[in-house]
Write a protein that binds this ligand. Structure first.
Ligand code: LLP
Length: 409
């Protein structure tokens, strides 16, 4: 049984309450079985393809290890993500580092890893990056990221395909591929439309794939893969339909057309979002005029998506017993008026109630910060009957850990 979506109602309330009691709140809970199910669905939709997990969605070590064991490659956006992928046991031949305006230290690191593990692939999205790799003596596996001129996604801030920051213009790609071929082992081409693609955006994604297919046919190089990026959306609101992944996969293959190379996809959110919840406790219930304001111990520093993108995350009260349903504005502890999850119909909240925030497994912990000098929460993973801490809760000592007595000079 591998349902295409796991809703908040499907989580075992007693178990979540037990984890919150044991580990405190706010607490990220990630279910590895659900991660496996999501991966299995993706792998089944692209049976002859290559699934590269976009680590940026969730870098918990057990998540990386689980996906790697299941057969996924890992797409990394930084030296830190490569370091984490390797530390989690991912094989270097399945690790791809996507360099976006890479700082010197990232390139130094990636090239040094490639020296030891020539199977590592580095994706370059600018001529400068290609030159900088050559200057470092890199001659290994190179993938070229192109800007396909068509973007998509749940918010303008996550649409990448037509944003000139990413990739080289697709018209320049054939020339650059030939030039790169003189210095590197050119293994692939890559493009990513954006994140959270569903509904009408799927047409834009197909257009991207079709342009990538054309490019693959235009070049004389013997490419190993054509990577059409990630972006597979998941439903965040009640009643939203999940993607028909089989249909998306079919349309993707059709749009790509005849190519020798393997089709690669890079899902992040799809594999981990509904495998995670954020548990938070109510500490304040305050009538304010017409409104009922509910204060909880998680905020925009714990889950940044509502504040950054106006994103909606479902909330389920785990409080027991019959209560009247009321409309409540759920807010966090950060001193910013944007620190609001949103308005929800909830069983009349009381201090001490536990709330579960849904779809928190993707871009949740990853985007957490210490703003307002708040320690970041813990991540607990569950796997069948077992559970354990993957990332411990930060303490106040962690918050001040980097400070030094300044030695003036
Ligand atoms: N590949 C590349 C090159 C990417 O830049 C991304 C996401 C992905 C794959 C994975 O996209 P996904 O399948 O997860 O949609 N913080 C935002 C999402 C930013 C995504 C950035 N790139 C959010 O919380 O919605």
């Amino acid at each position: 049984m591998n349902p295409p979506v796991r809703r908040l109602a499907d989580w075992d309330a007693a178990r979540l309450a037990g984890l919150a009691d044991t580990h405190g709140t706010p607490l990220y809970v990630q279910d590895l079985d659900r991660v496996r199910e999501n991966y299995a669905r993706m792998a089944a939709a692209f049976p002859e393809g290559r699934v590269m997990y976009a680590a940026k969605a969730n870098t918990a070590k057990t998540v990386l290890g689980t996906l790697s064991d299941a057969g996924a490659g890992i797409e990394c956006a930084s030296a830190g993500e490569v370091e984490r992928a390797l530390a989690a046991g991912c094989l270097p031949e399945r690790v791809q580092y996507t360099a976006v305006n890479p700082p010197e230290a990232d390139l130094d690191y990636a090239v040094s890893i490639a020296d030891d593990h020539p199977e590592l692939t580095i994706t370059a999205g600018a001529e400068d990056t290609i030159d900088r790799l050559a200057e470092r003596g890199f001659s290994g596996r190179l993938c070229l990221r192109v800007n396909p001129g068509v973007g998509a996604g749940h918010h303008e801030k996550v649409s990448t395909g037509a944003n000139a920051k990413f990739g080289v213009p697709i018209e320049r790609a054939p020339d650059l591929l030939d030039k790169a071929d003189e210095r590197f082992d050119v293994v692939g081409i890559h493009a990513h439309a954006g994140s959270g693609i569903s509904g009408e955006d799927l047409a834009a994604h197909r257009e991207l794939v079709s342009r990538m297919g054309e490019l693959a046919r235009r070049t004389d190089l013997d490419l190993e893969f054509v990577d059409v990026g990630g972006g597979f959306g998941v439903p965040y609101r009640e009643g939203e339909e999940p993607l028909d992944l089989q249909a998306v996969a079919r349309a993707t293959r059709e749009a790509l057309g005849e190519v020798e190379a393997t089709l690669a996809v890079e899902p992040g959110r799809y594999l981990v979002a509904d495998a995670g919840v954020l548990l938070t406790r109510v500490n304040t219930v305050k009538p304010a005029g017409e409104e009922l304001v509910v204060g909880v111990d998680a905020g925009m520093t714990t889950l940044a998506r509502p504040a950054i993108y106006g994103a909606h995350h479902g909330i389920r009260s785990l409080a027991e017993g019959e209560r009247e349903t009321v409309e409540a504005t759920v807010t966090g502890p950060i001193c910013e008026s944007g620190d609001v999850f949103g308005e929800y119909d909830l069983p009349a909240p009381e201090r001490g109630d536990l709330l579960a925030v849904g779809n928190a497994g993707a871009y949740g912990y990853e985007m957490a910060s210490q703003y307002n000098s708040r320690p970041r929460p813990a991540t607990v993973v569950v796997d069948g009957e077992n559970s354990g801490v993957d990332r411990r809760r930060e303490t106040l000592a962690d918050v001040t850990r980097l400070e030094r007595e300044v030695t003036w000079s």
